[in-house]
Design a protein around this ligand. Sequence first.
Ligand SMILES: [Zn+2]
Ligand SMILES: [Zn+2]
Length: 259
Amino acid sequence: MNMIAISLQSGSSGNCIYIEAGGVRLLIDAGITGVQAQDRLAAHGRDIRTVDAVIISHDHGDHIRHAGVYQRKFGIPIYVTPATLAAAAARCNLGKLTDVRAFRACDKIRFGDVLVYAIPTPHDGVDGSVFVVEAGKKRIGVLTDLGHVFKDLTRIVASLDAVFLESNYDPDMLAAGPYPSYLKQRIRGPHGHISNLEAAELLRRASDEKRLQWACLSHLSEENNHPDVALKTHREVTSGNVTLYVADRYQSTKIFTVL
Ligand SMILES: [Zn+2]
Ligand SMILES: [Zn+2]
């Protein structure tokens, strides 16, 4: 079964990733507006009204802010953990939600022949998870807002055919950058984000299995990273063993395939 994936946007200004396999269409996160998601999918020949589910990773606004619109305007069920929903509803105005389907951050969720594994993370959301989407023998990971390189993460990445992997910051740019020190501490701390180097070393270890077809570097910081800087680190560390792309902070990528 072939899988396709598109990052409609990735980063602190909004996250939304589309995955399609076996007639199942999923969105991971709802951090861009309904119109943006609709238009960017339409540009790739996809109708957002045919999406089967939007699955929310955690309660931060850049992942859940617009979920209510996806539901009301396009009729898409929202899959979210109860704690994530409660935390997000207390902070952003999600509006009235009539089709919420709860999961726990260690569940597997079935959509036809497609399975979505939720994997809990140490990121500082209240009940965050990342996802592996599996269709037949193919597996794509959507792994951002990781906190740190937690136990099992290398094994998980090595089990994938393709991955959207957080590569949030360049340590030197973060250190020299404009953020106040408490924010710098949060980002590089155990519940923040992972750096280009951490992500690259993770890919290098995982690529020993020779399964990964590509990695799309995701959730890059605007102030503390740059696509060229991230790619340079990754190329040095992975020695060209993984095909690399970068998810854009403001627009969609091309359609990626997993064969
Ligand atoms: Zn985020
Ligand atoms: Zn987050």
